[in-house]
Write a protein that binds this ligand. Sequence first.
Ligand SMILES: [Zn+2]
Length: 71
Amino acid sequence: MPVARPIMSACCLCGRVRFGAQWLAVPDRVARRLELSHGFCPACLPRAMEKAMDSFPRGLPLTRQAAPVVA
Ligand SMILES: [Zn+2]
């Protein structure tokens, strides 16, 4: 019977895996055996946010406009 493995968080930029409050580099052969959900570690998050913001056109207000109401 297969044993359910816990899903762990991994950073999709640096590849570190979250163990509690720590993000640690793990060898590939270990990472391949883990059930991973990808996100960003605290060290990479600012860089990821900067990159994401760069993909928006400059000068647009960062507010959501109300969608037109269709009757
Ligand atoms: Zn990272």
